[in-house]
Ligand binder design. Structure first.
Ligand SMILES: Nc1ncnc2c1ncn2[C@@H]1O[C@H](COP(=O)(O)OP(=O)(O)OP(=O)(O)O)[C@@H](O)[C@H]1O
Length: 776
């Protein structure tokens, strides 16, 4: 280090210490405040009832009591909220104390004389007088200079307009425990040194924030405010998920006060992925957004009435059941049911249903039809056709409820009621007695108690018996949705072209729906049709939706999500080359068929990949047609190794490899199998020799060590080293994307085991991109 460099270093270190001492002051002050709020909260909780005036004597007193409780609860919740905020601030300060900032820019604004020195960290920090920024939040408008420009002319956008000027210096820091560990003055992009350090480290079981090394093209995604829809098509490992999470943090900052973490929702591919990304926002001092898998949503919608197949079960079927006589019919069905054409057919079908065709269920009571499906049908179609179907359904519902209420009155005097009263439990009598007493308190009437009790008991009996009918009507179960859905397959849709095997598809669908099984490909069309008939209020609470692994959503599924959240902005992140479901089924995916008005849409392409070493990228890019465009980050490692072995020696070869990798210090190693069945077999055989974890579709977190995982669950996550269990099994062209996806999970080392010969998908891969070892 030259003399001036070391001088600079000392000067910067001095500044770090001074900032840290300011942070300490703030921490101390905050702790005092937090302490007093904590004791306020504790005191309030303890004395909650003392400060509430409880008087239940008269109705007026009761109202007053309720108001008093409400007031006290509001006070408590306000103090609790303040407490949470102070706690959050404290956590952020503690994080800043450890590493106050990661970058500095010196910027001379046009027309100004003095250079602004801006230090960037995960949150802003003011000096003691609250006058100057010691640290700028990385999301502040001026901070974007750091991500977007090398030293030289530069500009940034503020709400008031564009600010132009010249960047005089761009410096990066690695600060740990208040000590500068590294410091680089950088040129064009966020320096290689820093990225080298981050990417060279081991994979973690939880995703990390990339705040210090966000690249310019990622920054554009993170800070986009204009477009309603953002589509990010990025190659494997290009930082799509990372950028998405940074974008969430940006939106929370930019729209603080109007948008909070409850207004942002991330759809992720599986529960494991949910927890994989769950630490990024807290690391940045923000609360996590809402997270769900699409499957969870579907399950919540139709899981009560059907065994809903999930995408993983569908994938297992597609990978294993080719010999099933219905395989190709189902495949054609999956393709068609993914398309917007099928959605059009459902729209057309629903329009027809407005005139005729809805199917209802009988309402039966004590084994007899009480209101027949025909009566309901007649009532529905007697209503004015200009009223929408959902509104007519509401009118039918109201009519049925009225009918039920008058029937209930009629039934009270029937002989069956008296009979059932005889068989009532002691508790029921007690309940009736209690109710009677309660009523008498407020009533002047002086009926014969016995008569009153009998009446109450008969009311109870009838009410109990009518309960299921009321709930059936309230939940609109008088509509026979499964049969309405199946009837759709028998219609004539004129100009809409149906697939050649439509009758067989229709038969297969009927078989499953009648068995109360909801195939994954039918779940969305079914729920969509149900919404059209029953009506569903659009959600207004969610303002931003993120869909990760968007290539796994069909155009129909996306249209469905869009209908549920019509007012949300959306960010879709995907990689067409990793469209494993659509790869196997050849169905369309939303990622390359997104249609919307141009002014609403911004499309981004990320071609640089950060996850894997250059050697692994050179190998994987040869696997896909347009792989030539993929640019690896300049980080070197070993070439991928293909081990030719046989079934006898497969497990020994894998164990040998695991031992080598562990000796090299790798902490997350994945054995990726093609299917879940293969994973289970591998796990059973290998666990005798080495400590392992098995990851299944319900697995919530994964641990360091060796994990056995089925291919489709490994998407989105990464490992230090990947061992592909048996690449000879990836035989079909349709599995190319799946094969590519699993290979791209490796950061540092990729090992491919072949138990019965090389696979055909590797035919065009240049020999020099990998090494072959023989273990036969
Ligand atoms: N700007 C960056 N700075 C540091 N690391 C980065 C950056 N961008 C991406 N990475 C790292 O690259 C790896 C891949 O990122 P990420 O998982 O976000 O990519 P992806 O595009 O979602 O990948 P895939 O589609 O393969 O699941 C992660 O380890 C991430 O931390």
């Amino acid at each position: 280090m030259s003399e001036w460099q070391s001088k600079d270093w000392q000067m910067e270190q001095k500044r770090v210490h001074s900032v840290v001492s300011e942070i300490d002051n703030k921490i101390n002050r905050l702790k005092k405040n937090t302490g007093s709020v904590t004791s306020d909260v504790l005191e309030l909780r303890k004395t909650f009832w003392e400060d509430v005036t409880v008087n239940l004597d008269e109705p007026d007193d009761m109202i007053e009591t309720a108001a008093s409780i409400k007031q006290q609860a509001e006070l408590l919740s306000e103090r609790e909220r303040t407490h949470r905020q102070l706690d959050q601030q404290l956590k952020t300060l503690v994080r800043l104390r450890y590493s106050p900032y990661f970058g500095r820019i010196d910027f001379l604004e046009e027309g100004e004389k003095a250079v602004d020195t801006v230090y960037l960290g995960i949150a802003s920090l003011m000096d003691q007088q609250d006058e100057n920024f010691l640290i700028y939040d990385w999301r502040a408008p001026i901070s974007s200079l750091y991500y977007d420009y090398p030293p030289g002319p530069a500009q940034y956008q503020t709400p008031a307009g564009v600010i132009q000027g010249e960047m005089k210096l761009k410096r990066q820091f690695i600060i740990r425990a208040a000590e500068i560990k590294g410091m680089f003055d950088t040129g064009v992009t966020i320096g290689d040194e820093m990225l080298q350090e981050v990417l060279g480290a081991g994979a973690s079981t939880q995703m990390k924030s990339i705040v210090a090394t966000i690249q310019r093209e990622q920054n554009a995604i993170i800070r986009n405010e204009k477009s309603k829809y953002l589509i990010v098509q990025g190659v494997a490992g290009s930082g799509k998920t990372s950028a998405a999470l940074q974008r969430v943090a940006f939106l929370l900052y930019r729209y603080r006060g109007t948008i909070s973490s409850e207004n942002i929702m991330l759809f992720s591919p599986n529960p494991l992925f949910n927890s994989y990304v769950a630490t990024v926002l807290p690391e940045l001092g923000e609360e996590n957004m809402q997270q769900a898998t699409f499957q969870e949503y579907l399950y919540q919608r139709i899981g009560k009435n059907f065994a809903v197949e999930d995408p993983f079960m569908q994938m297992e079927y597609l990978l294993k059941q080719e010999e099933d006589p219905d395989y190709w019919i189902r495949l054609e069905g999956i393709r068609f049911k993914a398309s917007l054409q099928f959605k059009d057919i459902i729209d057309q079908y629903t329009r027809n249903l407005s005139a005729d065709g809805l199917i209802f269920r009988d309402l039966t009571f004590r084994g007899e039809t009480f209101i027949s499906r025909r009566d309901i049908h007649q009532y529905f179609y007697s209503l004015d056709q200009s009223i929408s179907i959902p509104n007519r359904i509401q009118l039918v519902k109201e009519w049925l409820l009225r009918e039920l209420k008058s029937a209930m009155k009629r039934e009270r005097t029937r002989s069956w009621v008296e009979e059932e009263i005889q068989f009532l439990d002691k508790e029921d009598y007690m309940e009736a007695f209690k109710q009677l007493q309660k009523k008498q308190r407020f009533s002047e009437a002086t009926f014969d108690d016995f008569e009153r009790e009998q009446r109450l008991l008969s009311e109870m009996v009838v009410k109990q018996r009518f309960k299921p009918l009321f709930s059936m009507v309230k939940n609109l179960k008088f509509i026979d949705m499964p049969q309405i859905y199946l009837q759709l397959f028998n219609g004539d849709y004129g100009a809409n072209e149906l697939p050649p095997k439509w009758p067989q598809i229709s038969r297969l669908t009927a078989k499953q729906i009648n068995d109360r099984v909801m195939p994954y490909e039918d779940a969305v069309p079914y729920a969509y049709l149900q919404d059209l008939i029953e009506g569903r209020k659009a959600s207004t609470a969610i303002r931003h939706i993120f869909i990760d692994e968007a290539q796994d959503y069909s155009p129909f599924q996306f249209a469905f999500i869009h209908r549920l959240f019509p007012y949300s902005k959306m960010t879709l992140l995907g990689d067409y080359n990793q469209a494993i479901f659509s790869g196997v089924t050849e169905a369309e995916t939303v990622i390359n068929g997104f249609a919307t008005a141009e002014e609403d849409l911004a499309t981004f392409y990320l071609t640089k990949t950060y996850r894997s070493t250059k050697e692994i990228v050179e190998f994987t890019k040869a696997l896909i047609p347009e792989g030539g465009k993929i640019e690896p980050f300049n980080r070197s490692g070993k070439k991928p190794v293909v081990t030719l072995t046989d079934r006898m020696r497969l497990h020994d070869s894998i164990i040998e490899r695991i031992n080598e990798l562990q000796a090299e210090g790798y902490q997350t190693i994945a054995i990726i199998c093609r299917t879940s069945e293969e994973s289970k077999q591998a796990f059973k055989a290998l666990r005798k020799e080495v400590q392992l974890h098995l990851i299944e579709k319900g697995t919530l977190t994964y641990e360091k060590g060796v994990n056995v995982i089925p291919s489709y669950l490994a998407k989105g996550i990464e490992f230090d080293a990947v061992i592909l269990y048996d690449i000879s099994q990836y035989k079909r062209e349709r599995e190319r994307k799946l094969f590519y996806t699993v290979c791209t999970r490796a950061m540092h080392e990729l090992h491919l085991m072949a138990a019965s010969g090389m696979n055909a998908l590797m035919n065009n891969i240049p020999q020099e991109t990998y090494r072959i070892e023989k273990k036969i």
